[in-house]
Design a protein around this ligand. Structure first.
Ligand code: AMP
Ligand code: TRP
Length: 337
């Protein structure tokens, strides 16, 4: 039996933060032994909003190095760069032509991001979820581990595969595309901003104090945690809807210290912020230290990183091209290659 396949990716826009790690990348690391795991840096997605061409390539490499530094092992998984495989763009076009416009217009992320772009919203931003569907469907992925914010996009990928491709161009016994399942683990699925416990930690928040990035030096991590928003109450608890910041910081401590929620709830039940914050800072620094050390090593050896990415690209391309051929053929194109 082949191992079930996993596909996921993160955009190379800005430094990865605790939300990306705990909501997505950490789960990939756990899956790579039991699953045939493909992870990519989705650089084509990064240009759906205005971007800086002079930093795109470097950001893409740094992000790939972060995957490896977090524990993705090129001997057990494939790490690659989306734009190096033309099949992503080509399948996106084929899917575009069968995806109803109104499915895209109701995507929450599009609505949120397009407000920020005013009159300059690109077609690419609207089309973002179709490219993401192409990423996933090309690999016949069984599972897609992502944070909760990506659930709607995954449902779209399923609908496109099932209703628009398989139902029209396949048969019940011989579906064209595999319909993927989301994998959203509860713990870490939504890491919230340090400055507002009601909005998620995000790369695009203009306030850098709202997020801890994987490469923040220890002093900066400590400073950001010291300044994190809290409330005036004594005693820390999970699950109080009036105290979203408390829930978030306590949740982070439970994961980063490795102690888990039950132990942490007990440990911190009587604590005030003055005692808690240094503990959280220490746990965050200790959890990120090995990632940062490995990241420095990887960035110091560009040939090694190139090599890992070339191997990943070759493995990914072999799978992607064969799926693309299936779709081309089902839609009536003669296979030219
Ligand atoms: P993005 O930062 O939007 O490129 O997201 C990359 C991955 O990280 C996706 O799987 C997201 O679901 C996940 N992610 C992003 N922000 C958070 C967050 N604040 N909490 C949990 N997961 C997140
Ligand atoms: N849209 C995803 C995000 O913002 C990134 C992404 C693009 C992705 N293609 C994907 C995630 C395929 C999983 C699978 O996080």
């Amino acid at each position: 039996m082949p191992r079930p396949r996993v596909l996921s990716g993160v955009q190379p826009t800005g430094a990865l933060h605790l939300g990306n790690w705990l909501g997505a990348i950490r789960n990939w690391v756990d899956l790579q032994d039991s699953h045939d795991t493909f992870v990519c840096v989705v650089d084509l997605h990064a240009i759906t909003v205005p971007h800086d061409p002079s930093s795109l390539a470097d950001d893409t490499r740094t992000t790939a190095a972060s995957y490896l530094a977090c524990g993705m092992d090129p001997n057990r998984c494939s790490v690659f760069i989306q734009s190096q495989i033309a099949a992503h763009s080509e399948l996106c076009w084929l899917l575009n032509c069968v995806t109803p416009l109104n499915w895209l217009e109701r995507m929450i992320q599009f609505k949120e991001k397009s407000v920020k772009q005013g009159d300059n919203v690109s077609v690419g931003l609207l089309d973002y979820p179709v490219l993401m569907a192409a990423d996933i469907l090309l690999y016949d992925a069984d599972l897609v581990p992502v944070g909760e914010d990506q659930k709607q996009h995954l449902e779209l990928a399923r609908d496109i595969a099932q209703q628009r491709i398989n139902a029209r161009f396949g048969t019940e016994d011989n579906p064209v595309l595999k319909v993927p399942e989301p994998l959203i683990l509860k713990e870490g699925a939504r890491v919230m901003s340090l400055t507002d416990g009601r909005s998620k930690m995000s790369k695009s928040d203009p306030n850098e104090g709202s997020r801890i990035t994987l490469l923040d030096p220890p002093e900066l991590i400590t400073k950001k945690i010291k300044r994190a928003k809290t409330d005036p109450l004594m005693g820390l608890e999970f699950g109080n809807p009036e105290r979203p910041e408390t829930d978030n910081l306590l949740g982070l401590y439970a994961i980063l210290s490795g102690k888990g929620r039950t132990a942490v709830a007990q440990e911190c039940a009587e604590m005030g912020w003055g005692r808690f914050k240094p503990l959280l800072a220490e746990a965050a620094v200790a959890a990120l230290e090995p990632i940062q050390a490995r990241h420095r090593e990887l960035m110091a050896d560009p040939a090694e990183l190139d090599n890992v990415l070339a191997v990943g690209r070759d493995r990914a391309e072999a799978v992607a091209v064969s799926t693309l051929d299936r779709v081309r053929s089902a839609m009536g194109f003669p296979l030219s290659r």
